[in-house]
Design a protein around this ligand. Structure first.
Ligand code: ZN
Length: 303
C-alpha cells in the first residue's frame, strides 16, 4: 500500500501552554476534525480515531543529549539506532559517520532495489545545487538518502511544471525569498490537493518541511502559528484528494512546540497517521521510538 510521509522538522508534543506552544494557539480545524477535537499536544496522544491515529514517539532513542536533525532523519530513513551505535546525537547536517548509514540501508535505496517507485516531492532551486557542487552546502540526511539511491532531486522546472512542490507548500517563498517572481503560487488547500495527486504516482513519497524547526530556533510565535495554520490548510486539501494509502506526519525532534527555548527539546514527537483504520493499527503496532517508523513504512508499502 502507498505511503505519503510528510516530515515536519522540529515538532514535538508539548504542553497546552499558549505562552510557549504555538499548537495551543494555532487554529487547525482540519487537524481537529481528524483527531476528534484534539490538536498536536502532549495530552492528545495516544489517540485511535475513525480517521487518524496519533502516537507519541521517542526521538532520544536511549541516548543522552538533545536529539538532532542529521541523526534523527537518518533513523527515520533507515530504522537503525544510529545515535546508540555512534554514542551521540548529531546535526544539523550529517558528518561522515552519519552519512555512512545513508547508502544502501535507506528506504529510498531499498524501495529502488525492489522496483518500487519512490520520490522526495520537494523542488530545489538552482542555487541549492550550486551550493552542493561548490562544496559550500552539505546535503541533509533526507536528500542525501535520495541521491545515494540514484533517484533525482526535483528542480526549478519540476516546480514550474507541477511535478514537485515548494518547500513552503504554497510557493510563496520562491517569489519572496528566492526572487522567482513568476513562480507558481497556490493556496494551502490547493497545495494539499497537489501533494496528494503527486503522491499517487509513487509507492513511497516524502515531503520535507523545515520551516517549523527554523521558527523554533528563532522563537517566532506569530510565524509558527501562521506556518501551522498553513499546514492545516494543506492537510484539508490533502485529505480531500486522498483515497488510497496511508499518510504519515512525523518529526525528528522537538523544538517549535516550546518557544521558551531556542534549542531542540527532549519532547516526544507526534506520529500522526491518516488512512484506513486496520492499516493504521498495523502500521503503529509496537511503535515507540523513531527506529520503529522506517520498518512500519517498509511493511506497509511491501504488503
Ligand atoms: Zn534544529
Amino acid at each position: 500500500m502507498r505511503v505519503l510521509f510528510i516530515f515536519l522538522d522540529g515538532i514535538g508534543l508539548g504542553a497546552n501552554d499558549p505562552d510557549t506552544n504555538p499548537f495551543a494557539r494555532a487554529k487547525m480545524p482540519n487537524l481537529n476534525k481528524l483527531l476528534d477535537g484534539r490538536t498536536l499536544l502532549k495530552e492528545a496522544a495516544p489517540f485511535h480515531g475513525e480517521y487518524a491515529t496519533l502516537l507519541a514517539v521517542d526521538p532520544a532513542v536511549g541516548v543522552s543529549g538533545l536529539p538532532q536533525s542529521a541523526t534523527g532523519q537518518a533513523i527515520l530513513m533507515t530504522g537503525i539506532n544510529i545515535p546508540a551505535e555512534l554514542g551521540y546525537h548529531y546535526g544539523p547536517k550529517p558528518n561522515p559517520d552519519v552519512a555512512a548509514y545513508l547508502k544502501e540501508a535507506t528506504l529510498f535505496s531499498r524501495f529502488a532495489k525492489e522496483g518500487k517507485k519512490a520520490a522526495l516531492l520537494n523542488a530545489y532551486p538552482s542555487r541549492y545545487f550550486q551550493g552542493i557542487d561548490s562544496g559550500k552546502r552539505l546535503y541533509s540526511s533526507i536528500p542525501l538518502s535520495v541521491v545515494n539511491a540514484g533517484l533525482p532531486l526535483f528542480k526549478h522546472d519540476d516546480l514550474f511544471t507541477g511535478r514537485a512542490l515548494s518547500a513552503d507548500f504554497t510557493g510563496e517563498g520562491w517569489r519572496t525569498m528566492l526572487g522567482y517572481l513568476d513562480a507558481p503560487v497556490m493556496d494551502a488547500p490547493h497545495a494539499g490537493r497537489t501533494l496528494g495527486t503527486l503522491a499517487k504516482e509513487y509507492d513511497f513519497a516524502l515531503f520535507e518541511y523545515w520551516a517549523s524547526d527554523y521558527a523554533g530556533h528563532k522563537q517566532e510565535m506569530d510565524n509558527a502559528i501562521k506556518l501551522m495554520e498553513t499546514f492545516d490548510g494543506v492537510l484539508g486539501g490533502l485529505t480531500e484528494a486522498w483515497d488510497d494509502g496511508l499518510i504519515l506526519v512525523t518529526s525528528d525532534h522537538g523544538n517549535m512546540e516550546d518557544l521558551s527555548t531556542r534549542k531542540h527539546t527532549d519532547a516526544a514527537v507526534p506520529a500522526l497517521v491518516i488512512g484506513d483504520k486496520g492499516t493504521r493499527a498495523e502500521f503503529v503496532r509496537g511503535m515507540k521510538d523513531l527506529t520503529h517508523v522506517a520498518p512500519a513504512i517498509w511493511r506497509t508499502v511491501m504488503q
